[in-house]
Design a binder for this molecule. Structure first.
Ligand SMILES: [Zn+2]
Length: 489
């Protein structure tokens, strides 16, 4: 059982608050090896629901799952120059196996482009074999120095999509399509609004032609890069001899894309929705949507409310909503714990709806429904509990997205901003700042050095300001793009 100590308030120390919520809501725990994490059942339950939803979306867009090995020959990584430069510093290398030194060291995959395109080269011969649309659910290892549960760990779980196409435009369409899938998932399921757009060259994936990203604002006004989609061009195809015969009989290198999201999204969920009482999980991703807390004093009352609570659980579990999924309900019938302590614990764990059920409620044929997101409390007739509860869950899902979007917009700055003001903002509360950029990488680097803020993306059209900025916020030269600046995780 969770202890009843209060969490550090977000306003006092957001980072301490985050660590406490993750550990005390039992999402994850620290592992014996520095930088590794154990994902506990409540955290893994969220991940399983994320996986299921995303997997359906990948399949609906024509992808199939496959699995490639954890170990990759070191020489593979070296075949794409930018890729090795990007990943070599954080690879874990296996040098011994079975007590013997290996002829060639093996890399524990930090990402699987190299081994997957090596295999694609064996499988793709003709334009008829394209597009090849593969996804892999896997773990990867990146030897990070500064780690945080879910946000940055040595090993994490993710999916990586890898595709091969006949033309640049097909690959670009795929890259954009999957970015759209991520956005739909993050907004529709996580209730986490994102800004999509293209990364500048300095933030591009090592070996990609173009990288696109979904950027979400956390409650400390920092950005979280929540998912990326890369048009890899022909860089990997050339390195791995991934060629195909064209319709006209010639030979060409294929065009690749890769895209991924990871358990990092769970960190994003916590930092988007949590409050000073604990976690708030959007209903669609909550392993438990409704917790029933029976209230009693005498043994007699106990018998009655227990029986009713379990009957309600049965009927709610059998009640079908529009998408025909049963409600996920738990009865907290533990003895020797006061109802108040149970409320506290389930609020900390972020269960979206609590049903309080006492003898007097039963007499009136009702239960009391309490929303975790707003704390709103009202009686609901037992006769219509299925309809009412699922309607409340749907409203919570929508309201959480609306609240997160309103918070992001309230902390976004648009229009002309002086560089002095920008620095002030970044030193203070932070924000999403939309401002003009000259396109010069050195200007970008200077701003980063000054303020630790980076260009998160050059936003897609729908996120850009009505009036495009005309000059670079830093150097005053003509702007070539509007950039979204923020400090980031
Ligand atoms: Zn500039």
């Amino acid at each position: 059982m969770a202890d009843d100590k209060k969490l550090t308030p977000r306003a006092q120390d957001f980072s301490a608050w985050y660590n406490e919520v993750v550990v005390r809501a039992e999402l994850a725990d620290y592992a014996p090896v520095r930088g590794c994490m154990v994902i506990r059942p409540d955290g893994y339950g969220i991940w399983e629901r994320m996986q299921r939803a995303l997997d359906d979306m990948f399949k609906a867009t024509g992808h199939r799952n496959a699995y490639f090995p954890l170990l990759i020959p070191e020489s593979f990584l070296k075949k794409e120059a930018e890729h090795v430069e990007g990943f070599a510093p954080e690879t874990a290398v296996v040098t011994h196996g079975g007590g013997k030194k290996l002829d060639e060291p093996l890399i524990i995959r930090p990402t699987s482009e190299t081994i997957i395109y090596h295999m694609f080269a064996k499988w793709v011969h003709s334009y008829r074999d394209l597009p090849l649309l593969i996804n892999q659910w896997a773990n990867v290892v990146r030897w990070e120095m500064r780690t945080r549960l879910f946000l940055r760990t040595l090993e994490f779980l993710w999916q990586e999509g890898h595709t091969a196409h006949a033309t640049h435009d097909d690959a670009e369409d795929e890259t954009r399509r999957m970015l759209g899938v991520y956005r739909d998932f993050m907004e529709g399921w996580m209730a986490m609004p994102v800004v999509t757009g293209r990364k500048t060259d300095s933030e591009r994936f090592a070996g990609a032609l173009r990288t696109y990203s979904c950027e979400a604002m956390m409650q400390d006004n920092k950005a979280l890069q929540a998912g990326t989609s890369h048009n890899l061009g022909q860089n990997f195809a050339k390195a791995f001899e991934l060629k195909f015969q064209t319709e006209s009989g010639g030979t060409e290198f294929a065009w690749n894309t890769s895209w991924g999201v990871s358990t990092r999204m769970i960190g994003g969920l916590v930092m988007t929705h949590g409050d000073d009482t604990g976690l708030r999980v959007p209903p669609l991703l909550a392993p438990t949507e409704v917790v029933i807390v029976p209230i009693w004093r005498s043994d007699d009352e106990r018998g009655r409310v227990f029986e009713a609570a379990h009957r309600i659980k049965q009927s709610l579990g059998a009640w079908k909503r529009a998408d025909s999924t049963p409600l996920r309900v738990h009865v907290d019938d533990r003895e020797g714990i006061k109802p108040g302590a149970k409320y506290f614990e389930w609020e900390l764990r972020g269960v979206p709806v609590r049903l309080e059920l006492g003898p007097r409620d039963l007499d009136k044929g009702q239960a009391v429904v309490v929303r975790r997101d707003t704390r709103e409390k009202r009686p609901v007739a037992l006769d219509t509990l299925g309809e009412d509860t699922s309607a409340v869950l749907e409203r919570i899902q929508g309201d959480m997205l609306a609240a997160a979007r309103a918070r992001r917009e309230a902390n976004s700055l648009r229009g002309s901003i002086t560089y002095d003001r920008f620095r002030e903002v970044m030193e203070g509360d932070g924000a999403f700042v939309y401002a003009g950029w000259c396109g010069d990488a050195s200007c970008e680097a200077t701003i980063k050095e000054d303020t630790k803020a980076t260009i998160r993306v050059l936003p897609d059209e729908e996120f850009r300001s009505a009036e495009s900025p005309t000059t670079c916020m830093h150097c005053g030269r003509a702007a070539t793009a509007e950039a979204l600046w923020a400090k980031a995780y």
